[in-house]
Design a protein around this ligand. Structure first.
Ligand SMILES: C[S@@+](CC[C@H](N)C(=O)[O-])C[C@H]1O[C@@H](n2cnc3c(N)ncnc32)[C@H](O)[C@@H]1O
Length: 205
């Protein structure tokens, strides 16, 4: 991710562009009230926007990076939305997670910028956290049946893999199999701007 740093507060231009289309999906699929755990919140821009526009939900931002936690802490202090909780350190690979339950989980743009083991840990942790029927929403670029959905995604995949051989745009078929192993069903695949998708998963009963 490219951060433009202003003091400790990071700013990701992509988060400004995709926040409204993502919010439009969240409004439809999140429960009307309750606690949402956001994994990999990054700068914190999404957390602030979603907390402001979904005031009946408690929004818990988290990340593993100290730079991200510092950024979102600054945003949260400035914004003061009552439903926006103090950011927590959470690396999905290490259990126990700092929360034992939540009513929904949101994870934006982490699956392709981390190892496959990180995605496996995300699904395993989410299956322990969420009650049956609860949603997990993941957003990012994905491949479909082995194919990229656009040439720009293929180029992005190449650049990710050249930065870190364990990163890369994942195939939805691989995620379906992981969901099957960990108790998640893919309910909906929503096409988003810039060749991204929002995937809406449900914790199986
Ligand atoms: C591309 S940024 C996305 C940030 C934000 N969600 C957004 O869309 O602007 C990827 C984020 O994933 C986080 N991340 C990477 N590995 C992680 C892990 N194992 N557990 C939790 N977060 C992780 C990084 O620290 C980083 O903030």
């Amino acid at each position: 991710m490219s951060y433009a740093i202003t003091m400790a507060k990071g700013f990701a231009p992509a988060a400004e562009r995709n926040r409204q289309p993502i919010l439009d999906v969240l409004r439809r699929v999140l429960p009307p009230a309750g606690l949402v755990l956001e994994i990999a919140s990054g700068t914190g821009q999404h957390a602030i926007f979603f907390a402001e526009h979904l005031p009946k939900l408690q929004w818990q931002p988290t990340d593993t990076s100290s730079e991200a936690l510092q950024s979102m802490g600054t945003w949260v202090d400035e914004t003061k939305h009552e439903n926006l909780l103090t950011p927590l350190e959470l690396d999905v690979r290490y259990s126990p997670w700092p929360l034992v339950n939540a009513d929904a989980l949101v994870c934006i743009n982490m699956i392709h910028i981390s190892s496959w083991e990180t995605t496996e840990a995300l699904f395993h942790g989410a299956s322990e956290l969420l009650a049956n029927g609860s949603p997990m929403i993941t957003y990012g670029p994905y491949r479909l049946q082995g194919e990229h959905t656009a040439p720009s995604n293929a180029a992005f995949d190449q650049s990710l893999r050249s930065r870190n051989a364990r990163w890369g745009v994942r195939d939805i078929d691989e995620l379906l199999e992981l969901g099957w192993r960990t108790g998640f069903t893919l309910e909906e695949r929503v096409g988003m701007p810039a060749n991204n998708m929002t995937l809406v998963w449900t914790r199986d009963a």
